[in-house]
Design a protein around this ligand. Structure first.
Ligand code: ADP
Ligand code: MG
Length: 379
């Protein structure tokens, strides 16, 4: 791309991926989640280019780029461009201060692996443009417009967790977020002698967008049925187990299972926060295992590869718990592993996984990290 020849960054932003300790698919049901940002991130380098509306993008590593005109924004047939275009569109709806710029991005964050590279992409871009053009957007504006961009331009009806975690996280902490009120507590994640290990199944969640939206509709179907008896109900967040059971006979069996999972998962998030505050890692681990069973059997967003790795963990006393993290159908599994057993566990998991599926596992430790931030400002 032409613009790369004279590219001198004025501003560099790092936007992280995230893990979710627990609380899967609860965000769009206005429940609780407990995510944190991780060290792996997308780096954005920005430069104003003096034009009124010409924007140039280049993704290093992917070796692809494209141009956008702020005056003529519309959806693209190329998926990744829509994350970018959606953010530009949402910003231009809120302010007229945006002008032409060049942007190069580079990532060490695996994509389609449940670590929310999509939110890192949206939020890093929005955060950077806010700085570069002094747009006056708050962090919450950035979170919300990035979520809306994913709805309107990409077509995933995602909740708010991923963008919230990518922007608002703080080093060493998890965020216990109430997705109804958007109030949150920072929970110190002091896990020693345990470590959070991620195993990347190498299975990318191609099904995710369509199946994700199906899950959302199934939950809405449940709410609309319960609402007939309890008109005060607006989301699964307000539904008690008694209300759900009282309406079971009116629901498709699959809808009942989806709703049961969400009710149980919300409860588990609060139990997890308590367990972590008390350093009760055994209880925390059990909650991870329970959550995975729900993900696999009730919500049906797991896959045989994730199930295998979670089951494999159960053979190790040094692994207190495990579950698939992220929207589902593959991506990464998260394991709470005693520090002395980490390398043996990884070696054996890698070996068994290759034997079973012929796939090379990638494993890495994560520690709770800060949200989207500036790493360089030029003169
Ligand atoms: P996840 O958010 O779990 O990584 P998604 O399917 O939601 O998975 O988002 C992945 C998509 O985000 C990729 O398919 C791509 O379109 C976009 N994306 C992520 N990182 C980059 C990057 N470095 N360059 C270009 N596009 C990216
Ligand atoms: Mg995503």
């Amino acid at each position: 791309m032409q613009f790369l020849k004279n590219f001198r960054p004025e501003l560099i932003i790092e936007s992280p991926g995230r893990i979710n300790l627990i609380g899967e698919h609860t965000d769009y049901n206005l429940g609780y989640v407990l995510p944190t940002a991780i060290e792996k991130h997308i780096t954005f380098s920005f430069q104003k280019n003096g034009s009124i509306s010409d924007c140039n993008f280049f993704s290093k590593g992917w070796d692809v780029g494209f141009k956008a005109d702020l005056k003529e924004l519309s959806r693209s047939s190329v998926t990744w461009e829509n994350y970018v275009l959606g953010v530009l569109f949402e910003i231009t709806k809120r302010t007229n201060k945006l002008r032409g710029f060049n942007c190069v991005l580079e990532s060490n964050l695996p994509q389609g692996s449940g670590l929310s590279s999509s939110a890192a992409l949206e939020c890093g871009l929005a955060f950077g443009l806010n700085e570069l053009f002094a747009l006056g957007l708050s962090k919450m504006d950035i979170v919300k417009l990035s979520q809306t961009a994913e709805h309107t331009y990409v077509g995933t009806q995602c909740g708010i967790m991923d963008q919230f975690a990518s922007v608002m996280s703080e080093t060493g902490h998890g965020i216990l977020l109430d997705c109804r009120s958007l109030s949150y507590d920072l929970i110190p994640l002091v896990l020693a002698p345990y470590k959070i290990i991620l195993l990347n199944t190498g299975v990318s969640h191609d099904l995710a967008t369509s199946e994700y939206n199906v899950r959302k509709f199934e939950c809405e179907e449940g709410v609309s049925i319960i609402k007939q008896t309890y008109p005060q109900i607006h989301s699964l967040r307000e539904v008690t187990p008694e209300m759900l059971i009282a309406n079971k006979h009116k629901m498709r069996e699959v809808v009942y299972r989806r709703c049961s999972f969400i009710l149980q998962e919300n409860k588990r998030v609060l139990q997890m926060a308590d367990a972590l505050k008390k350093y009760d890692f055994k209880a925390a681990g059990n909650l991870l295992y329970e959550a995975h069973t729900g993900i696999s059997e009730l919500y049906e967003v797991s896959c045989k590869e994730s199930d295998f790795l979670v089951d494999f963990s159960k053979g190790y006393t040094a692994v207190l718990g495990a579950r698939q993290t992220g929207g589902g159908f593959g991506g990464c599994t998260l394991h709470l592993v005693h520090q002395e057993a980490v390398s043996q566990f990884i070696t054996e998991a890698t070996h068994e996984y290759r034997k079973q599926f012929g796939i090379q596992l990638t494993a890495f430790e994560v520690s709770p990290s800060k949200g989207t931030s500036i790493s360089f400002v030029g003169q």
